[in-house]
Design a protein around this ligand. Structure first.
Ligand code: ADP
Ligand code: MG
Length: 688
């Protein structure tokens, strides 16, 4: 009798030492073991004749064992075990280091299929430590797992086999979490078959079918979990607002809001006046005017007697948001307080007192606003800028500052729809798909460093015409011992020296990098924003949000180092005024992929298209890599290639919850367990 929840130690062949090794792979239970899917398969079905095996590439050959040599001790205390083998076309010398077991298993006169790199000369070829199976074993495909520390794929396969046969003998042990109707509709194999099929496929097609099933199951459970989380959030709102009318706010602005901004604000109004606290994602390309939407929400919250808070990822951005919001909200008589880690002592105490007394209607800051010492008189509306740098945990901290405030999450990283479903599935979404009028697209060029002198001539002309320029330069590799931040500082500092001395002599050139103190950064940004600097050499700290309408050129050195989404973000720093703006991507990389990527950016200004390109060409790592979002990571499903499946899984999850909102039906018990365990792994967000 075996159960999925059994400790892996109960399996035959697992002692204490093995259990320790398996634990390091994250495998504790039989269920963990079965869900540890192969990363690939060795296909033994089409072996090469020895003479024509490709040189030094992993491949499969078929050979007869002729005999074994006596073990040889060599320098370093190692022992070589050598086996002579061959086929009609060539001989094969096989060497195993330190492992008598592998050589022992090979029987003379028998045929085997060997997998590994084939070296040596034409007459006698060589393989070192190949994996192998008897030629008559009838398993064309064998699984290869992502393994470390002493565990081999062969060992793991044997364990899986033991586990599967134990489970097969235990009634109900392999209850399928996927409802039968769903399996039938999408032709997905049943759990027991799929487990067999993914670990021991008889053909590629069977392995693919099994993979499809587990990908679907993973996405389906993810969607269910997020929808359950979301319905849990459907409690009564802690900040009901009866008066929601943005017209006074609009009237106080120097420009008219765009249609998209009006739509988003209307969605805010609806949420503010509703029963449940708002939980909304505002997505808009750089420059689409998200701040205005937040400001409108703050004005409405204040009209209902509530305070608002805005959290930004950096001090620079917080300072900038504070001044923008101040300009927009002061005409309405609202006070904006800037609270960051560098506000200290008396000033901080005074500020905190004003917030606690409700005298400051709007508080802007970094994560410092989540500090224990910060308390609000009546917080009703919280805005988080650049969501992807905040995690679920911070959101929880924010919720502690008030009973269920309305929450608006702003993201300037356009995220393809399918991914935003996955990442932000528990949020409603508003999209700003329209830029304020009068913007001309930024002209983007890719150039090699050979054109540097000409490029600086161009910058000189722009500066002479009264414009300003950004120059972003990345870490240039320095000594190993220097910390990355230090190296980055050296690189940009040296670069600035060169620009000041040779390239733009006599111009006022600022320097910005992550190692400056917050106050120093703010001062440099202030100087640049007020036109006291002609050029700003910086690291990517300017990446998000910084707004200087007079800046007309963005130069990005070593552009090949960034994803397109990051380049697009940087490009968004210019083109904010009326005059034509330029983005110059400097790179000497001549790989076709890099050239094609940069060329794509030169002809595309749509952030969503850029994000889609990144997703397809670089994979979802850029979106999922940070892991701070606190959602489960995908194990089988691939956010890029399974995009259609994501939508299907989402629709099916919706339909299932409509019928069984809390997954309490007896037939859904296995499914419920699967969803819970998926979210438990992600860091304790149990879905109750
Ligand atoms: P985002 O945060 O979405 O990148 P911002 O909120 O910083 O964009 O706005 C970008 C710029 O556009 C700001 O200078 C802002 O004042 C301006 N802006 C926003 N909305 C409008 C509008 N409706 N008409 C004209 N300019 C606008
Ligand atoms: Mg912004």
């Amino acid at each position: 009798m075996t159960l999925l929840s059994d400790s892996i130690q109960y399996l035959k062949g697992v002692g204490e030492k093995r259990a320790g090794q398996l634990a390091r792979l994250g495998l504790f239970t039989v269920g963990d073991l079965l869900r540890f899917y192969p990363r690939d398969y060795i296909d033994y079905s089409l072996p090469y004749p020895l003479a024509s095996a490709p040189y030094e590439l992993p491949c499969v050959v078929r050979a007869t064992v002729w005999g074994k040599q006596a073990p040889v001790r060599v320098r370093g205390g190692r022992t070589l075990y050598r086996v002579n083998a061959g086929d009609d076309t060539a001989g094969l010398l096989i060497t195993f280091f330190n492992s008598p077991y592998a050589a022992d298993k090979l029987e003379p006169e028998k045929d085997y299929l060997f997998y590994g790199r084939v070296g040596g000369g034409l007459g006698r070829r060589e393989m070192v430590s190949p994996v192998f199976i008897p030629a008559d074993s009838g398993t064309p495909l064998t699984a290869v797992y992502h393994l470390t520390g002493g565990v081999t794929s062969a060992y793991l396969s044997k364990l899986v086999k033991t586990a599967l046969s134990g489970l097969a003998g235990t009634p109900g042990a392999l209850a399928d979490p996927l409802p039968e109707a769903l399996r039938a509709r999408y032709r997905l194999p049943e759990l027991a078959d799929a487990l067999q099929g993914i670990h021991f496929p008889a053909s590629r097609a069977e392995a693919d079918g099994a993979r499809r099933r587990f990908a679907f199951e993973e996405l389906f459970c993810l969607e269910l979990g997020m929808k359950l989380l979301r319905s849990r959030n459907r409690r009564a709102s802690g900040a009901p607002m009866s008066r929601c009318d943005p017209e006074d706010f609009y009237a106080s602005l120097p420009f008219a809001p765009t249609g998209a901004q009006r739509r988003a604000v209307a969605e805010l109004c609806r949420d503010f006046g509703g029963q449940a606290p708002m939980n909304r994602l505002l997505q808009g390309d750089v420059g689409s005017g998200k701040t205005l939407v937040a400001a409108a929400g703050m004005a409405m919250a204040a009209a209902n007697g509530y305070q608002s808070v805005l959290m930004a990822p950096t001090e620079i951005l917080a300072a900038q948001h504070a001044s923008t919001l101040e300009q927009m909200l002061r005409p309405l008589g609202l006070r904006v307080a800037l609270l960051t880690g560098s506000v200290k002592g008396k000033a901080r105490r005074a500020l905190l007192a004003a917030v606690a007394a409700g005298e400051a209607e709007v508080v802007v800051g970094t994560h410092a606003v989540l500090g224990k010492d910060v308390s609000f008189a009546r917080l009703g509306f919280a805005v988080v800028d650049e969501q992807h740098r905040f995690g679920v945990r911070q959101r929880g901290l924010l919720a502690e500052k008030a009973e269920d405030p309305h929450l608006l999450v702003m993201s300037a990283t356009p995220i393809p729809r399918t991914l935003s479903l996955l990442l932000f599935g528990e949020l409603d979404v508003s999209i700003l798909d329209e830029l304020p009028p009068g913007r001309t697209p930024v002209r983007t060029l890719a150039v090699g460093t050979a054109l540097r002198a000409r490029m600086y001539g161009f910058l000189e002309k722009q500066i002479a015409a009264g414009r300003q320029v950004f120059i972003v330069c990345p870490l240039i590799e320095q000594g190993d011992d220097a910390s990355p931040a230090a190296a980055e500082m050296q690189a940009v500092t040296a670069y600035r020296e060169e620009v000041a001395a040779k390239l733009l002599p006599g111009r006022r050139i600022g320097l910005l990098h992550g190692r400056l103190k917050a106050a120093e950064k703010a001062e440099v940004m202030r100087q640049f924003a007020q036109g006291e600097l002609d050029a700003l050499c910086s690291t990517t700290v300017v990446e998000v949000g910084v707004d200087v309408p007079n800046a007309s050129v963005m130069v990005i050195e070593n552009a090949e180092r960034y994803g397109l989404s990051a380049l697009h973000q940087l490009r968004g720093r210019v083109g904010r005024g009326a005059a034509e703006s330029f983005c110059i991507l400097v790179s000497d990389h001549d790989s076709p992929q890099v050239k094609e990527r940069l060329a794509f950016l030169c002809r595309t200004s749509d952030g969503f298209a850029v994000a889609q390109y990144d997703l397809e060409h670089r994979g979802p790592g850029d979106f999922f890599g940070r892991r701070q979002h606190g959602l489960p990571t995908l194990r089988v499903a691939d956010a890029a290639s399974d995009a259609r499946m994501i939508e299907t899984a989402a629709a099916e999850a919706e339909a299932l919850l409509a019928a069984d909102p809390a997954l309490n039906a007896p037939g859904h018990a296995a499914l419920r367990r699967e969803v819970d365990s998926l979210f438990r792994e992600a860091g304790g967000t149990a879905v109750n």
